[in-house]
Ligand binder design. Sequence first.
Ligand SMILES: [Zn+2]
Length: 269
Amino acid sequence: MLKQVAEGVFTHESEFIQSNTTVVRGRTGVLLIDPGITRGEMEALADDLRELGQPVVAGFSTHPDWDHLLWHESFGDVPRYGTARCAASIGEVLFSADWREQVAEGLPPEYADEIPMELLGLITGLPADSALLPWDGPAVRIIEHMAHAPGHAALLVEQSGVLVAGDMLSDILMPFLDLQAENPIEDYLAALLKFDSEAENVQVVIPGHGSVGGAEELRSRIARDRAYVETLRDGGVFDDPRVGPAAPLDWLPDVHEWQVQRLTEDGRP
Ligand SMILES: [Zn+2]
């Protein structure tokens, strides 16, 4: 079911860790950002759009993780974009003969059978300095940053002030740092500063996973994520409900512990 979150912007929430698909209405059809998870959900979304008389005219993947790279044939064969780094990163994976096995290892077993792999990651990288998404609709600004994954980008629908944050600024997940990066902590703090500098333009924030928030919520999420990353950097006790004893996702505190360990080990790769 589509939920309107601002003029011309809708979300569809998946069962799988509250993954959000964002739909932005353009002149001749819609832009689909991070289209969804299961085959059934994407078919239902395509049906809803058909009923509204809104064909899909473009797609965008915020970053090269499987849950943001999926597609369904019923959306049609339209341009699907990501940043140049995002496209290069998934392109490298798709290049290997056993990419399906590689990706399958990371899938949640309870949904694995329902996740369509056929069209995964078939995106076109935008030129590195692209400021706006090329499509026939309201201006969508690309805010690329390093932090969670290579080539990660948030999108800002300027006229309605909607920030589609990808896997940043979630109320249910703590920051997941890019452990392959050279300076994961510095990158993450720099990305949060970037969001800070956009905050006055944002009325609504849509995280890749979690609940949609307003302008105040955006500021508190930035502050909460900064506190988390600074504690990773400086040591000390994490004061963060997402990873505490009452964490909304019971598996998250363990992932958090693992991340802390990885980032505080000496000789981190
Ligand atoms: Zn994700």
